[in-house]
Design a protein around this ligand. Structure first.
Ligand SMILES: Nc1nc2c(c(=O)[nH]1)N[C@H]1C(S)=C(S)[C@@H](COP(=O)(O)O)O[C@H]1N2
Ligand SMILES: [Mo]
Length: 377
């Protein structure tokens, strides 16, 4: 494996911020405190959630690191980091969200399996790198190609980390070729996060970023790109990250009956974020202070100026929106927030209505119970 290897134990993990809430230690899965998340439009790297399925890979020699591009293509190639850096660099502001975000709340309806995330398995970063569409052009696949001559229709990303779900093999996932070759889709091979070299937790030296799609498809520590006929057959595409109706349980589950989850839907957190997948913007955020009977529209802010990037070179259609609403709360009540995206998708009212076995995509209205106490002083 050129330049980067996946260790078989946890003795070489990187340092992490002490205030992260650790949901699992090995593999390391952690999210920031709620207060750190809403504080900034661009989430600082140290507070960005970390979602891993194995030990963090180690880069022995970044100069010998390369990505091989193979499969159903005419000119297979090995690309070094310098080859990728030589392509036009794009900065894309994109919100990455784990499909398991808010899973803990789904478990309150009925137990679901998986890492117990609170509401912060989400973050917004400025990703710097080459567009995958440009990289694929280097191997002879032109822009907006749906199928190669030899029948390639999907692009598989393979890493080097060792995951127990893959029986010690690497993490992998795929996206359709048409998305990979579409410059508008902004799929990146990123080597920077928030203007700094990507760090080990987030995929150093190179990761995929698929904007608007659940985090699971943004493969870190990229080792090879394979153009294949069918979507990736790996565990995380076929046996995880799928939504099933509530009647399905662990005894009658038939994984092949559902397609892998891709876009993440509209959702919101009461103290501040709203995001919608698929490149759809947030149209409106409504806030209620009476449990959802009456609503006021919140004010919102998107870009707040990112110091290290010229405005014109920075797209934000994949990014979250932060919102604020000043509301009077005179008595103990329930504050509720729900967002509407540009396609008029609205968050569902109840978690019960979208409960699913794997506990993913809990996009129900976010409710926060507030208690107003009266001081006697
Ligand atoms: N190689 C590799 N890539 C991966 C994963 C992984 O475990 N290994 N986890 C995926 C999942 S489920 C998510 S949500 C995102 C998390 O990215 P982050 O840790 O940079 O926040 O990475 C994805 N890419
Ligand atoms: Mo995830």
């Amino acid at each position: 494996m050129p330049g980067v290897t996946g260790p078989s134990d946890y003795s070489r993990e990187p340092p992490r911020h002490p205030s992260l809430k650790i949901n699992a230690k090995e593999p390391f899965n952690a999210e920031p405190p709620r207060s750190a998340l809403g504080a900034a439009y661009v989430t600082p790297v140290e507070f960005f959630y970390k979602r891993n399925h194995g030990p963090i890979p180690v880069v022995d020699d970044v100069h010998s690191y390369s990505v091989s591009i193979t499969g159903l293509i005419e000119n297979p190639k090995q690309l070094f980091l310098n080859d990728i850096r030589a392509l036009p660099k794009y900065n894309v502001t994109a919100t990455l969200q784990c499909a398991g975000n808010r899973r803990t709340a789904m478990s309150q309806t009925r137990t679901v399996k998986g890492v117990g995330w609170d509401v912060s398995a989400i973050g917004n970063a400025v990703w710097g790198g080459a567009k995958l569409a440009d990289v694929l052009e280097l191997v002879g696949i032109s822009k907006l190609t749906g199928a190669t001559k030899s029948g390639g229709k999907h692009v598989e990303f393979v890493s080097v980390d060792r995951c127990k779900e893959e029986n010690g093999g690497p993490y992998k996932a795929s996206i359709p070729l048409i998305q990979a070759t579409s410059p508008e889709a902004d799929v990146l091979l990123a080597y920077e996060m928030n203007g700094e070299t990507l760090n080990r937790d987030h995929g150093y030296p190179l990761r995929v970023v698929v904007p608007g799609v659940i985090g699971a498809r943004s493969v870190k520590w990229l080792d090879s790109i394979n153009v294949i006929a069918e979507e990736c057959q790996g565990f995380f595409m076929q046996k995880d990250y799928k939504m099933f109706p509530p009647s399905v349980n662990w005894d009658n589950i038939n994984w092949s009956t559902r397609r892998p989850q891709m876009d993440f839907p509209v959702q919101v957190k009461v103290s501040g974020y709203a995001a919608s997948g698929g490149g759809r913007g947030i149209e409106r955020v409504d806030v209620s202070v009476d449990g959802g009977n009456t609503w006021v529209e919140a004010s919102r802010h998107q870009k707040t100026g990112i110091p290290y990037i010229a405005e014109a070179t920075c797209s934000d259609k994949w990014a979250w929106v932060l919102f604020e609403a000043l509301v009077d709360v005179q008595q103990s009540t329930q504050i509720v927030a729900k967002a509407v995206d540009s396609a008029a998708n609205v968050q569902p009212e109840k978690v019960e209505d979208i409960w699913n076995l794997r506990g993913i995509l809990n996009t129900s209205w976010h409710r926060v119970q507030v208690r107003v106490g009266h001081s006697n002083l």
